[in-house]
Design a protein around this ligand. Sequence first.
Ligand SMILES: NC(=O)C1=CN([C@@H]2O[C@H](COP(=O)(O)OP(=O)(O)OC[C@H]3O[C@@H](n4cnc5c(N)ncnc54)[C@H](OP(=O)(O)O)[C@@H]3O)[C@@H](O)[C@H]2O)C=CC1
Ligand SMILES: O=C1OC[C@@H](O)[C@H](O)[C@H]1O
Length: 361
Amino acid sequence: MTSSVPPPPLDDPEQSDPMFCPPLKWGILGCGRVSHDFSQALKHLPTQSIVACSARSADSAEKFAEKHKIGKHYGSYDEMLKDPEVEIVYVGNIHNSRKEIGEKCLMHSKHVLLEKPFACSVKDGKYLISLAKERNLFIMEGMWTRFFPAVQKARDLAMGSDKVLGQIATVYSDFNFNAADSDAYPSSFLYQRKLGGGANLLVAPYPIAAASMFFDGRMPEDIKAVGQLPGSGVAMLSYGFLCETPEETVVVGSKGRMKIGSPGHCPTMLSIDLKADGRGNLGKTLNFEYPLPEDTKEIIDSGGYFYPNSAGFLYEAAAVARCIASGKREAPQFTLEETMLNLRVIEEIRNQLGVKAFDED
Ligand SMILES: NC(=O)C1=CN([C@@H]2O[C@H](COP(=O)(O)OP(=O)(O)OC[C@H]3O[C@@H](n4cnc5c(N)ncnc54)[C@H](OP(=O)(O)O)[C@@H]3O)[C@@H](O)[C@H]2O)C=CC1
Ligand SMILES: O=C1OC[C@@H](O)[C@H](O)[C@H]1O
């Protein structure tokens, strides 16, 4: 599959002024949190007007209308869709009704911006797209990330004619958060499969879209998924000969995250961000630096080093000497059991990738 929409060129008004926009009349469907945020953001754009809002309950729609100074409010989504003044509907409700609501919007000849996820299944997604095409209406998943100037710039730098990074080999992208910070368990829709809850629909669209942007929107040839339950751990590892990765080791726990700085295989820096209560709030940050000893004249005169941070071999050598002097036959910092773990994983990777071992024909 190739990308159907190439990135806009830099001389496109969208790029040179991301706030440029011809007038449009919006109807807000669902009066919850994201609809509130979206409505707030629209206030930066004088040409855009919210002409109506709708919620399952008249009371909630009225309160929302009052807060955002919206002229019309409806206690039913269907009622708002009949309003001829509404040109486009922003759908900010829960996931399980995407198909039904998307269909209704289109059948009422409204353009539609559906919050992510676009749909709860491939089948529903295809259906909505074909219906929008048939009715000649705009439809889009609210992948707002794509429209941030920083992301547009990243896309242009990497994927535009200059291709400043060369051929893209690897994209790392993650998005995890502690849902309990914003959503009470178990009542929120986030935790209810029947309502379209779950991180798979709520969060996965972001890192997937981050990756596809740098691979021209092509469908991945191979997907291997690993799931994680509370209490289990997961490691995402990458190695190779093709390009220089950030080479950082990031460790994430329920109370914070830690980064062993680049170059991760011979680091001198470590930082820890401890989490505070609430989404995205950081408490303390701790930074540690362990500079290597400066090169002596003797070392410089004899050619310095070939590889990064090689002075750090001194720590290994010193520890080996300490072990031997104290009668140890292996080092506690890296046991022989872990060496065997390394070998087992290496062999397993080779088997899964179908790569031959050094002694195979
Ligand atoms: N782009 C972004 O940054 C963000 C996007 N989102 C997306 O926005 C959408 C809504 O998320 P968010 O605003 O946080 O959710 P909310 O919990 O605030 O709910 C949004 C609306 O969904 C309806 N709703 C909530 N719970 C139920 C339920 N149990 N049964 C039926 N309807 C229900 C309500 O509509 P009504 O008002 O009509 O009663 C509610 O106002 C999701 O698609 C989510 O993925 C969410 C956060 C940020
Ligand atoms: O799309 C989203 O869904 C969940 C939110 O918590 C998050 O901030 C948002 O971007």
